[in-house]
Design a protein around this ligand. Structure first.
Ligand code: NDP
Length: 434
């Protein structure tokens, strides 16, 4: 922490993870001798670069690009790219650090990385987004590749942006390396279910967690923050499982729809029109719009799925959820819950699914996309979805069993952290001090 001043999100990720590893280190004193933790917290490589581009008015704009290649003990670096004005070194490092453990939990051969830029796609024309993406890749291409570092989307980087990034990579490299990027469009090497994977996977994980208390999505009221890729598909799967999604949001505000969010309409507004959730309320008779996104947690619900961004659910949000009768919180986003909020939810005996485990479905299907690219074939929707479900259930069982084995029964945060850590630590130990 002293070595990384001014990086509060990164410190928060360390503060959440490191104390939970105490029982694992006690059981494996050799990892102390080998300096596993000391090496694990230090990225293998951190790349920062200038991204100059020309806007539609002919003005030169400059943004900052990042990639942290955090850990390659079990496979090539793998993690998304985020375009959002808040992106900085602290955010990229926290995301990359968490990605190491998440990727290990999937059981697949992928190391941890993350990247992005402080570029704000909001209000930019499609051509501006394309020029920016091309400039980003013109610098970044030299650091990636199918066996080196395989990026994907994240906040502000969806299928359109992945297309622009991949197209520029292909042009510079001079060959069709499909496995160099995931989240690609279906017409050029993408996988079915990748778009749905994080949201669906999160709901599968939470469904398993609910089962431990004889609860399920069926008949439950669900509040989902955000209305982007993850939120939309969490809403779709929760609805398919018989839940009523009563509220969703964007960074301006939230909508409450007592009839249950019409997911097809929300998808049309967000995915096709690139509109705001306010427009949803205008189109539905009983829905109302509240122009303050942070208050979404005051809407009474049984299950809350924070699916927008880091630290969006704080102590007051947790208090509001508890007052509204919440039974379970599932982190579909990365680190959406503050440490104080997690503590409060635990005290109130609310089931809690940590993001590292619950939102691993996206990267898991990304790894399946890489496998399909290598084999030069495509699996059906059902095949990929079955695989995703199997992986999410297996992550849940691993986190639960590990928690029990290391003396913290039922603590999925500790169980997921320890299980991810042990897999990476074993591979690091085998490869010498590097
Ligand atoms: P999108 O860009 O598709 O959607 C993000 C959503 O969150 C939008 O509704 C956006 O609202 C809202 N949002 C973003 N930043 C803020 C903010 N600062 N305050 C309030 N609302 C905000 O991103 P994704 O759905 O892909 O990602 C959501 C979360 O899930 C992130 O934490 C991401 O890291 C995580 N994740 C994503 C994966 C994936 O496969 N895409 C995989 C694993 C985790 P607005 O439109 O107003 O900005």
């Amino acid at each position: 922490i002293e070595r990384s001043p001014g990086e509060p999100e990164f410190h928060q990720a360390l503060t959440e993870l490191l104390p939970t590893l105490v029982p694992a280190l006690a059981a494996h004193p050799e990892y102390r001798r080998l300096g596993i933790l000391e090496r694990l917290v230090e990225p293998e490589r951190m790349i920062t670069f200038r991204v100059p581009w020309v806007d539609d008015a002919g003005r030169v704009q400059v943004n900052r690009g990042f990639r942290v290649q955090y850990n390659s003990a079990i496979g090539p670096y793998k993690g998304g790219i985020r375009f959002h004005p808040t992106v900085n070194a602290s955010i990229i490092k926290f995301l990359g650090f968490e990605q190491i453990f998440k990727n290990a939990l999937t059981g697949l051969a992928i190391g941890g990385g993350k990247g992005g830029a402080d570029f704000d796609p909001k209000g930019k024309s499609e051509m501006e987004v394309m020029r920016f993406a091309q400039s980003f890749m013109t610098e970044f291409y030299r650091h990636m590749g199918p066996d080196v570092d395989v990026p994907a989307g994240d906040i502000g980087v969806g299928e359109r942006e992945v297309g622009f990034l991949f197209g520029q990579y292909k042009r510079i490299r001079g060959g069709f390396e499909a496995g160099a990027f995931t989240g690609k469009g279906l017409g050029y090497g993408g996988s079915l279910v990748r778009k749905e994977a994080t949201g669906y996977g999160c709901v599968y994980f939470v469904e398993e967690m609910l089962r431990t208390r004889n609860r399920s999505f069926a008949g439950s009221r669900v509040v989902i923050s955000g209305s982007g890729n993850v939120a939309l598909y969490a809403a779709e799967k929760a609805t398919q499982l018989g839940a009523t999604v009563v509220a969703m949001s964007d960074s301006d505000g939230y909508v409450v729809d007592p009839d249950g969010i019409d997911v097809a309409l929300m998808k049309k507004i967000k995915e096709i029109r690139r509109g705001r959730v306010r427009e949803y309320a205008e189109a539905r008779p009983n829905a109302r719009y509240v122009p303050r996104s942070a208050e979404i947690w005051t809407v009474p619900c049984d299950i809350a799925l924070p699916s927008a961004t880091q630290n969006e659910l704080d102590l007051s949000g947790a208090e509001a959820l508890i007052a509204g009768g919440v039974v379970a919180v599932g982190e579909c986003a990365n680190m959406p819950t503050t440490l104080e909020a997690i503590r409060r939810l635990k005290e109130a005996d609310v089931l809690f699914a940590p993001g590292k485990a619950a939102n691993a479905g996206g990267v898991a299907v990304s790894a399946l996309e890489m496998a399909q690219n290598s084999m030069r074939l495509s699996w059906t929707f059902q095949e990929v979805e079955e695989n995703l479900k199997h992986i999410m259930h297996s992550i849940f069982r691993t986190a639960l069993a590990t928690a029990g084995q290391y003396g913290v029964p039922g603590d999925l945060v500790a169980g997921a952290n320890i299980a991810g850590f042990l897999r990476v630590a074993k591979a690091m130990a085998a490869q010498g001090v590097i």
